[in-house]
Design a protein around this ligand. Sequence first.
Ligand SMILES: Nc1ncnc2c1ncn2[C@@H]1O[C@H](COP(=O)(O)OP(=O)(O)OP(=O)(O)O)[C@@H](O)[C@H]1O
Length: 386
Amino acid sequence: MGGRTGRASGRTAIEVIGLGKRYRRRWALRDCTFRLPAGRICALVGPSGAGKTTLLSLASGLIRPTEGVVRAGGADPATASGRVRTAHLTQGKPLYPRLTVAETLRMGRELNPGRWNGARAERIVRDGQVPLDARVGTLSAGRRTRVAFALALAKEPELLLLDEPLADLDPLGRHQIAGLLLAQAAEHGTTIVLASHVLAELDGICDYLLLLGGGRVRLAGEVDDVIGAHALLMGPHGTSGGPPQGIAGGSPRGSAAAGLPPEIAAHTVVDAQLTAGQLTALVRRKGPFTGPWEAVEPSLEELLLAYLRAPDAPELIAPSAEPASPRLRHKPGVPGLPRNGPAAGAGAVPVTRTGPAGRGTPHPAGRPAVAGPAVYDQHNGKGAVA
Ligand SMILES: Nc1ncnc2c1ncn2[C@@H]1O[C@H](COP(=O)(O)OP(=O)(O)OP(=O)(O)O)[C@@H](O)[C@H]1O
């Protein structure tokens, strides 16, 4: 996909250093530091109130930071040169309901002189069977979303920021918009940040991940790398003696590793669930897996759900998500994901891969099962519990 251009060049789409935004006394975002490489489709995930909308608004220059620095394509997003590179579709997708679709596109052309691809705008609305003479206010939510996308994409942005674009769409509409995003990234190399609560759908679209929690970055990096640093360990447990100490009602209490078998507790336990005598633990690998546990690569949805259930789980920032410019580094040597972890030794439990075979090239296709030991990265960074 076109995003490979961004990858090969090592370009940066967004760089954020010590970014914070306070509304009155309350911090919506605090101490955020990360880099998003160009050409990626990045899932921006987090519970309600985590700061996703605030981060997108800071990245598009819609609001100004209280502290720290945000750059989009190397520029201050609030400046004219920064704004011209970015399209930001806010949650409400504001459009004028009384204008027809054709009038809306004409308005887009007038607002973006010298940077308007009218043919692309028309193709996007026509592909969605949206009549050009219909008033925007009479369109279904899915078709209105398509018009909003046409406005955003005809601007030929380098960076496309989308706040819950799938929320009001039916399954077919979601599928169509997902196809549009994949085509946009593949054909134009556009960096896309997609804030969404629809975790299952992100798996087929996104190749980069940013998880926010409590106004901070909790996970950042390639979807493949982040997933590859984790495993789901599963097996029967506690059938005779009841649930292990520390797991109540299927959720870990206190330390996630408390009361767990030592082969599991040897890793960084993010989340553990006990259901009908079956233990499922999402762990961040610290070495080979041993013991009677089946090890499976988690899906993106399983990984995100585990982190959402465990707001205190340690953060994980991949090297590609560290700020590119050494002089801008917030914390020198922010540890991440070393690429060459130890090989699984004798007696190690092989990990079954179930995820999309090539997340580097996102695709909406199914999830072929690939059996065999996965090459895992040993995480020894800040997130790892000693
Ligand atoms: N204009 C504002 N004035 C005051 N507080 C705000 C404002 N905008 C956001 N907040 C607060 O900042 C925090 C982060 O809000 P934000 O909308 O960025 O979160 P979010 O992750 O996008 O949430 P959601 O998933 O519900 O859209 C919340 O506590 C919210 O109440």
